[in-house]
Design a protein around this ligand. Structure first.
Ligand code: GUN
Length: 294
């Protein structure tokens, strides 16, 4: 039977570790880590995520600043807000919650955040440094997955890892991280995406599958080999009138059919999701400690 990778428990341990570090920083009169978040518009999911991120900061003892703007804000105005935070010496990390309205360039906004404060790890400098195995902020979901692999002591060296999905935020960095010469890493990585012709042929060869395509229950029991490690990054909201929220969160893996074949598997919810939030806290702590950029 598969070991269920418990993201709630692991992220709670990480939050506890961070809380203790903040307590010791406070005791020696050091600077309290401070995260700023920018939220544009009123997208329901973004609102939920940002509020949770702010709550997480409170729980570990960080300072946080939430700046909300109407979706009519111009690109120029938003860039000026980013610049102001870049120049605020009290703020260690800044995230701009995505998506942002279409009239604002995501690339321009991402590129304007100072790499030293880019705790989302989206700036090209951080992505480039990660690819070169230099100290860098690693974006939250991949960092969370790396933590799960490490804390569950899952062997990766020489394993064949199949990543499904090539997004900038998850699939692409995961493929880079797991092929690096380090632990977790040293994998042979295959990156599958919407143009891949024979995904099942690929996943059947995989020792590790990372499903990050955003298609509910895409990975079925017949697509994985016995003993595989399966990491489910999917979080699609599927309408469900029986739920108070009106939706059910669905992963990219058909858990019922896939789990019995696995050595390790992450559930949805309670797998990768909570780790993503913990990673942002880890990156903010690294920013406050000036551990990445000295
Ligand atoms: N939208 C979805 N995921 C993320 C994330 O990790 N960071 C930001 N800033 N926006 C997101």
């Amino acid at each position: 039977m598969a070991t269920i990778i418990d993201g709630n428990k692991t992220s709670a341990s990480i939050r506890q570790e961070i809380k203790e570090k903040v307590q010791s920083i406070t005791e020696r009169g050091g600077k309290i880590p401070h995260l700023a978040a920018i939220l544009v518009g009123t997208d329901g999911a973004s609102e939920t995520y940002v509020n949770l991120k702010v709550k997480d900061c409170e729980q570990v003892g960080f300072k946080s600043t939430l700046k909300r703007f109407d979706d009519t804000i111009s690109e120029e105005e938003l860039l000026a807000e980013v610049e102001a935070i870049n120049n605020d010496p009290d703020i260690d990390g800044l995230i701009v919650q995505l998506p942002i309205p279409d009239h604002i360039s995501v690339q321009k906004v991402t590129d304007r955040i100072r790499p030293e404060k880019d705790v989302d790890g989206f700036h090209p400098i951080n992505v480039g440094r990660m690819a070169k195995s230099l100290p860098a902020y690693i974006s939250a979901t991949p960092y969370g997955i790396m933590q799960l692999i490490e804390r569950y002591k899952i062997e990766t060296s020489g394993k064949h890892c199949v990543v499904i999905g090539r997004s900038d935020i998850v699939g692409s960095p995961m493929s880079i991280l797991l092929s690096r010469k380090a632990y977790p890493g040293n994998c042979t990585v295959t990156l599958c995406h919407s143009r891949t012709k024979n995904i099942k042929e690929m996943t059947l060869q995989a020792d590790i599958v990372i499903a990050a395509l955003g298609s509910p229950e895409f990975l079925t029991g017949d697509m994985v080999k016995e003993g595989a490690v399966v990491i489910d990054v999917g979080t699609t909201r599927v309408p469900d009138p029986s739920k108070k929220s009106g939706f059910t969160l669905k992963g990219d893996v058909n858990y019922e059919k896939v789990a019995p074949k696995c050595s390790y598997i992450t559930p949805v919810p309670g797998g990768v999701g909570p780790m993503t939030r913990a990673s942002l806290l880890m990156n903010t702590l690294l920013a406050a400690e000036k551990a990445i950029y000295r």
